[in-house]
Design a protein around this ligand. Structure first.
Ligand code: 7RM
Length: 631
């Protein structure tokens, strides 16, 4: 949808709240359905039970591929830029992408994957990853993409939770100067995954890999044996499209479930509306497809709108801190969607790399994943956007499927560090601790959403109760986001960060309980407590307080052992930035760790720790403060 003025936004917003079903039916009408829905919406937040476009029949890949062929078959769908700047980029037109998806869908069928089966995808950022995702959707298989930074154990847990039948991977991945041995990690994972029957392996880094007879197949061989056309499976709007695991406040990641119809409508609508995408523009989202941002704004959102999406294998600072700008100039990128952590890390290299680039193709900028601080916002605005590109600071979550609170480029105002206003169709509310809705402006509270939207999660895989408890039980009849938020005097929203035990490291969600579980697996560890603390580049860093009675004489070696354990159990992305060995943790008499105190110590602010008289042993606090100063 394209909205053209602030006035029009207000009108459309009002209509979307007063007549939500009409509003969403109008958006859904712009997509291709084999059969239109019987009912736009039925819902309750108490079970929860949410159904959008019930009775509707469709296939999302017909919307992302087939429907563009006639007019835009030769238009680039995906442009791929390698990690290695010397390597040629690759362009897949809609026609070519369609054929590759069909072929790979036939490969999946040939290997007995059927509608409803779960497929795990663990791949580098190469076009075949998008092909694999879409091929699953083509035949109605449910994809579960796992980010390349997760360990074998994390993958095994996810594969077992979803009972995946097949795994798609590659020999390895390049990321900056590093290589990741993907197949080796998968081999380790599959020792404990009896549900997996077949593994399809793409060659990419050409690193030697073990290929198990009867289980492992080469992507390149398989693709030669099949037809170039595969009919799209007819799906119900509420059939499952994918599972994506995300961390919460418990030790175990949840499989967030999205369904075909609502997710498609929401990803497409938010993409075209907020970024103001124009035909023939190049859209560049720097996320990895292993995260929701990549699902919605590299693959499904742009392709459903017939856009050209740029997929970048590398990292913004490799081989030089000018790389991201070189990619923008090389491909004449019009819309650049990235993360505050990337902006802050690039800022750290000074202005020379960015000011030396042209960047005149840029028209719109976007930010996602964590609160963007004012300094980074202004640097992005001045040095990248040259003060003429609106910055859409998009707040949303894995669970929301797409953007929720965000400026609309050229239409609604921007404000540094504010996600600003809800998109039409989104009804945010702030609540106090008791769950009372806070009316009026210049207030803050916990952010909830009071009415369903098509892109919202439907359940958490295999455990509906958990979905209910996590999102729909804290406050009655509201979806609880887990975020704190303020609404300023003008009614603009600013997300202030998580209010639960989730930390956000470089835009990646990590549960403190998950990290604690991993640390506690180390043989020498008795107990640990993990909190987030402000980090200049990552937004938040991970601070671990660890009871480790007999550390190695060189404490640093013991720290490294713990880091190795966390890398094995979760993956390198969850490694603590700081580890402090302590003899005890601040606990209440009932045995609960007072994280509030640890957070303060981690922040370096010990002037006002509040009431510590209820602690079992208040003396432990002085010891921790003392040791923290020396770290
Ligand atoms: C898209 C994504 C979700 C959490 C969310 C917030 C934080 C995301 C913003 C933001 C402030 C933003 N999905 N968050 N976007 N905070 N401003 N624009 O990141 O599931 O991985 O994370 O990220 O805390 O709850 S996610």
């Amino acid at each position: 949808m394209q909205i053209n003025s602030f006035d029009e936004y207000q009108k459309v917003y009002k209509q979307s709240v007063e007549q939500p079903e009409e509003f969403w039916a109008g958006i859904a009408d712009t997509f291709k359905w084999r059969k239109k829905w019987d009912k736009v919406l039925s819902w309750n937040f108490s079970e929860p039970n949410i159904k959008w476009f019930e009775g509707g029949k469709l296939n999302i890949t017909e919307n992302c591929l087939d429907r563009h062929l006639e007019k835009n078959g030769d238009k680039p769908a995906i442009i791929w830029e390698s990690n290695d700047p010397e390597k040629d980029s690759v362009t897949l037109t809609y026609k070519i992408l369609h054929e590759q998806v069909c072929r790979f869908a036939n490969v999946l069928k040939k290997n007995h994957v059927k509608k409803g089966d779960r497929v795990c995808i663990y791949m580098p950022m190469v076009p075949e990853l998008a092909v694999a995702v879409l091929a699953c959707a083509r035949i109605g298989a449910v994809h579960s993409v796992v980010f390349g930074g997760f360990s074998a154990k994390s993958i095994a847990d996810r594969i077992n939770d979803a009972q995946c039948k097949l795994v798609i991977t590659a020999d390895g991945a390049f990321r900056g100067a590093k290589q990741i041995q993907l197949k080796e990690v998968i081999d380790d994972a599959l020792i404990g995954c009896p549900s997996v029957e077949k593994v399809i392996v793409l060659t990419h880094t050409r690193t030697p890999v073990s290929m198990l007879k009867g289980r492992d197949l080469w992507f390149e061989d398989e693709i030669k044996l099949v037809d170039t056309y595969c009919p799209a499976e007819e799906m119900d709007a509420e059939d499952m499209l994918f599972i994506l695991y995300t961390s919460g406040s418990t030790g175990k990641p949840k499989g967030v479930v999205h369904t075909v119809g609502g997710y498609m409508v929401y990803a497409g609508y938010t993409f075209s509306t907020a970024f103001n995408y124009q035909p023939d523009e190049i859209f560049f989202c720097t996320a990895d497809i292993g995260w929701i941002t990549g699902h919605s704004y590299i693959v499904y959102g742009p392709l459903s709108q017939g856009a050209t999406t740029l997929m970048f294998e590398g990292v913004p600072t490799y081989p030089t801190p000018a790389r991201l700008w070189e990619v923008v100039d090389k491909h004449k990128v019009n819309i650049l969607y990235t993360a505050p952590t990337a902006i802050r890390s690039l800022m750290g290299f000074g202005n020379e790399p960015v000011d030396g680039a042209d960047l005149s193709s840029l028209r719109v900028l976007g930010s996602v994943g964590e609160p963007i601080n004012e300094e980074a916002w202004h640097w992005f605005d001045e040095h990248v956007g040259k003060k003429k590109c609106p910055i859409v600071d998009t707040w949303w979550q894995t669970e929301t499927g797409g953007l929720m609170i965000s400026p609309i480029a050229f239409v609604t105002p921007t404000k540094p560090s504010y996600a600003t206003l809800p998109l039409p169709g989104v009804q945010p509310v702030l609540v106090d601790e008791q769950g009372n809705i806070i009316e009026g402006n210049d207030v803050s509270g916990n952010l909830c959403i009071k009415f369903p939207w098509p892109g919202m999660l439907r359940t958490t895989y295999g455990d509906h109760e958990r979905c209910k408890l996590t999102y729909f039980s804290t406050y009655e009849n509201l979806y609880f986001t887990g975020d704190g938020c303020l609404r300023d005097a003008d009614g603009y929203y600013k997300i202030t960060g998580r209010v639960d035990d989730v930390i956000n490291v470089s835009g990646h969600r990590i549960g403190t309980a998950e990290v604690e579980n991993a640390i506690n697996m180390h043989a020498g560890v008795v107990e640990s407590a993990v909190v987030g603390y402000p980090h200049d580049v990552k937004g938040q860093g991970i601070y671990a307080f660890v009871i480790f009675p007999n550390p190695h004489s060189d404490a640093d070696l013991s720290r490294k052992d713990i880091l190795q354990t966390v890398t094995r159990v979760i993956g390198a992305i969850a490694k603590p930035d700081k580890i402090l060995f302590v003899s005890g943790l601040p606990k209440t008499r009932s045995g609960k760790i007072m994280r509030r105190i640890l957070r303060k110590i981690a922040e370096g602010d010990t002037s006002n720790l509040g009431d510590i008289s209820t602690l079992q042993d208040p003396g432990v606090v002085d010891e921790i403060i003392d040791k923290a100063r020396q770290l």
